[in-house]
Structures are given as structure tokens and as C-alpha cells.
Design a protein around this ligand. Structure first.
Ligand code: ADP
Length: 310
């Protein structure tokens, strides 16, 4: 079939073709605008709701996985010292022939493992008090130096016996400040314990304390495995343990407690570390305004007042 195409103008020379959209009144336009707006708004709210829901669920899942890892890590940590205590207790109980010094070394193992148990239980109890918002600190004004020096001395001797080289440089005078001696000593212990645990082959632990810009600084340094920058924040979270720390014993609460303790003192904890280069953890205690000797030294002490080395 053939079709002839005749232009409109030729066919109807006196006609005009006008095309117009159906007229929409102002009120219909407003209704459409409201309808579109509310649909977009509802969609946005829905998308946001789904986003927050997914985020909450994955956070809950992560926390519950961390909690279950924590329970199994603590159970494992409890099992080792308990097994050793039972084993050496039974050996001593059943008597028999012992080589010279053997009996004493068994007693030492039992004492060391009981201390480990006490330390572990204290940490878990502290964490549970913090978790329930019931942890209380007893801040009293005094000299931080002897409180810290005692802990450093006792734990330092213990590390030296395990083959570590512990170098300490503690300022001889510090301004008085408010602190909880037990909590501070726990923070110091946790940092020294980590320096030993993650200190690698070098077996070096450096400890410094000085007064600078209205703050008392306490620092623990090791030359061990170090911590990548992307983990600097995470390691202070509850139960967090980095991949490199697997197999080293622990349950990711030490640094969480250290941070909590420092916040309760109005201070903070700082970290300077890189993988393979070692780490420096620094506790900063604020010195109250007007305290004698508040300004203090401008740099860490250069001469060591005390030196525990292997
Ligand atoms: P734990 O040592 O029981 O795992 P912590 O809260 O004390 O728990 O430490 C959290 C994580 O931070 C550790 O698992 C480890 O990966 C890392 N960490 C802590 N201290 C050091 C350190 N001195 N050197 C390297 N890594 C460290």
C-alpha cells in the first residue's frame, strides 16, 4: 500500500494547529508537590531507619561476639594457672624425693600463678563494675611518686628475674595531686605487663616520670612489635585485641581499664607507636592550679634516680 504525505500547511492553509497540556489548577499543583515531597521524605526516613537498624544489629553482633571471645579467653586464662597450682600442689602433697631447690621452685610457681589469678579476677571485677556504672575511685591528695615508684620497683624486679632490662628515670620531686593509689598502680602494672608481653626480642622496658606544663607524665616504652596507626584508637576499646597479639594471653581489658582510670583522674593516656619500632604509652595527670612546683620540668629527666636492670 502506498501513502501520499501532504504537509499540514498545504492541506489546511487557513488553519493553525495548537498543542496544549491539559490545564492544571494551582491547588492540584500544590497537592502534587505535597504528595511528591512527603513520598521523598518517607523514603528518606525509611532508608535512614534501615541504615541505623543494620548498624545497631551489626554493632550488637560484634559486641556479642567480642563478649563470647572474652568469656572463652578468661576461662582459658583461669584454666592455666589453676592447672599448674593443682599439679604442683599435688606433687608436693604426695611427697617423694625432690632434687635440691625443686621444692622451693614448686612453691614459687604456686605463688606466681595465684598472683596471676588474683590479678585476672581483679581486672574482670573492675570491668564489671565499670560496665554497670558502679566503679568508684577514691581520689586523695598526695605524692604520686612513692605510689608509682613502689609498683615500678616490685614489678620491675619481677621482670628482671624473667630476663628483662628495666630502665627507670623518675623525677625526684613532683607536685602533689589527687589520685587513687590502687587504680594508678593498676594502670602502671597493665602498661608494664603489656610492654613485657609485646616487647619482642629486645626485652627492654624504659620507664620515665616527670613534671611538665602543669602535668605529671608517666611513660612506659618498649622496643617490641609496635601498633599500626589504624589500631591506636581501637586498642582502648573493651575486648579489643589485635591480630598480632593472638597466642600471647590476654583478653583485651587492660588498656580499656587504663583509659577509664585516667579519665577518672581528669587526665588521659597517649600512645606513640609504629609496627616494628616499639611503643610508648604515656599517662598524663593534671596538676591542680596553684599547686607548689606545678610548672615543673620542660623535658623528661635525664639522670635516672633509680635503675633496675638485668
Ligand atoms: P590484652 O593485652 O589483654 O590483649 P590490652 O587491653 O592490654 O589487652 O591491650 C589491647 C591490645 O593492644 C593487645 O591485644 C595488643 O594487641 C595491643 N597492645 C597493648 N600494648 C601493646 C604494646 N606495648 N605493644 C604492642 N601492642 C600492644
Amino acid at each position: 500500500m502506498t501513502t501520499a504525505q501532504v504537509p499540514f500547511k498545504t492541506a489546511f492553509p487557513f488553519w493553525q494547529l495548537s498543542l496544549a497540556a491539559p490545564s492544571v489548577s494551582a491547588s492540584t499543583q500544590r497537592d502534587m508537590f505535597i504528595f511528591t515531597g512527603s513520598t521523598v521524605l518517607t523514603l528518606c526516613v525509611l532508608i535512614l531507619g534501615v541504615f541505623f537498624l543494620i548498624r545497631d544489629v551489626s554493632r550488637e553482633k560484634r559486641l556479642s561476639r567480642l563478649r563470647s571471645d572474652f568469656v572463652s579467653a578468661v576461662s582459658h586464662e583461669l584454666k592455666t594457672p589453676l592447672t599448674l597450682i593443682r599439679l604442683y600442689g599435688e606433687t608436693l602433697l604426695h611427697g617423694g624425693e625432690f632434687k635440691p631447690g625443686e621444692r622451693r621452685s614448686f612453691y614459687e610457681i604456686i605463688t606466681r600463678e595465684s598472683e596471676r589469678l588474683t590479678h585476672l579476677i581483679e581486672r574482670v571485677l573492675d570491668f564489671s563494675r565499670i560496665d554497670r556504672g558502679q566503679k568508684e575511685y577514691r581520689l586523695q591528695e598526695g605524692d604520686l611518686l612513692p605510689a608509682i615508684a613502689r609498683t615500678v620497683e616490685v614489678y620491675g624486679q619481677h621482670l628482671v628475674r624473667r630476663g628483662f632490662s628495666v630502665e627507670t628515670e623518675l623525677a625526684s620531686v613532683l607536685p602533689p595531686l589527687k589520685f587513687d593509689p590502687d587504680a594508678v598502680s593498676q594502670a602502671v602494672l597493665n602498661l608494664m605487663d603489656n610492654a613485657a608481653k609485646y616487647g619482642g626480642e629486645s626485652k627492654f622496658i624504659g620507664i620515665r616520670m616527670w613534671n611538665e606544663d602543669n602535668r605529671v607524665m608517666f611513660e612506659v616504652e618498649d622496643h617490641g612489635i609496635g601498633i599500626p596507626v589504624e589500631e591506636h584508637e581501637k586498642i582502648f576499646q573493651q575486648f579489643y585485641r589485635s591480630r598480632s597479639s593472638r597466642g600471647k594471653g590476654g583478653y583485651g581489658l587492660g588498656l580499656f581499664l587504663v583509659r577509664h582510670i585516667m579519665e577518672a583522674h581528669g587526665g588521659r593516656v597517649e600512645l606513640d607507636s609504629d609496627p616494628g619500632r616499639g611503643s610508648r604509652f604515656r599517662l598524663l595527670f593534671p596538676v591542680p592550679e596553684g599547686s607548689p612546683g606545678a610548672a615543673g620540668l620542660e623535658s623528661p629527666p635525664s639522670a635516672s634516680d633509680q635503675n633496675i636492670t638485668s
